[in-house]
Design a binder for this molecule. Sequence first.
Ligand SMILES: [Zn+2]
Length: 98
Amino acid sequence: MIPDSTTGDDSSGDVPAAYNDIDEPCYQQKESKVLHLPGSAKDTLKCGRRITAGYTFLPGGASFKWARCSLCFKGQVITTTDELVDVMGAIRSRRSQS
Ligand SMILES: [Zn+2]
């Protein structure tokens, strides 16, 4: 479902900032729901795809509940390596205490 963007102002004040995990403007492919970031060139996404009528512009960002284009969000996806190290360290210290 696409919200009617013709009503009210476009200051995106009706959506709390905390609702959106991605707090920058992005595009969503209407059918696949995959999120893309705008590229530097006009009418082009960061991954090189052309922005067509099949994309919805989300000026206030979007939620992580949707899949993200791996090319557009390259480098922004947080790796779990550090988290894994922390967990392993916690297990090790727990063992040494017993
Ligand atoms: Zn993309």
